[in-house]
Design a protein around this ligand. Structure first.
Ligand SMILES: [Zn+2]
Ligand SMILES: [Zn+2]
Ligand SMILES: [Zn+2]
Length: 204
């Protein structure tokens, strides 16, 4: 009973310039201010994962990094043939991302045994400027930038998927989008062989 510090043998004592704030319980240091030399209490509370710099701004728990930016462009769809025809060049404004799949891929017929002829003329007007080949019946027709005979072919036949002999992209009229799927890789490859004399990179 000599000293009030005596019962509290472990560690104790103000280590720095901070005296005990709660003198009534000298043996049980206030939580979070333990002066133990082991440092067990010294760790700060975990900081939010989005604040690697150590900032504890409470707003950071709703950090902006995960917020999705709205889809950009590409949502406009023509409702009439007139609007569609008016799209000349418009697609170049879009950051074109092909669909990985579309329901019309089932319309694609196997490649003809003769392969594809990327130099074939339009079946209607004979143009060789910029043609597409229908992946259902393999008719070759010119693009909307020439005389739009592939568009007319689609309107007459409802064959939706066509392959460009210009850039080997595949367009689906029904989905109003480019499509890229392994189903049509052989077709792109055949067109590439015809056009450049060699297979597509990565194709046998
Ligand atoms: Zn066709
Ligand atoms: Zn034509
Ligand atoms: Zn489609």
């Amino acid at each position: 009973m000599a000293s009030r510090d005596a019962p509290c043998a472990d560690g104790e004592g103000p280590t720095g310039n901070e005296p005990d704030q709660e003198p009534r319980s000298p043996c049980t240091p206030p939580k979070g201010t333990c002066a133990s030399p082991t440092g067990a209490c010294a760790a700060p509370p975990p900081s939010p994962p989005c604040a690697p710099g150590g900032s504890r701004d409470p707003q950071c728990t709703a950090g902006p990094s995960g917020a999705p930016e709205g889809a950009v462009g590409g949502s406009w769809r023509p409702n009439t043939v007139e609007e569609f025809l008016g799209m000349k060049g418009v697609e170049q404004m879009f950051a074109v991302t092909p669909l990985p799949w579309c329901p019309h891929l089932t319309e694609v017929r196997p490649l003809p045994s003769r392969g594809l002829d990327a130099g074939a003329p339009c079946a209607v007007c004979g143009s060789t400027a910029e043609n597409w080949v229908c992946l259902t019946c393999y008719t070759v027709c010119c693009s909307r930038f020439v005389e739009e005979h592939m568009l007319y072919h689609r309107l007459e036949t409802e064959h939706n998927l066509v392959l460009s002999y210009s850039d080997l992209s595949v367009w689906c009229y029904a989905c109003d989008s480019y499509v890229d799927n392994r189903i049509i890789f052989p077709h792109k490859n055949a067109a590439h062989i015809s056009k450049f004399g060699e297979a597509l990179p990565g194709m046998p």
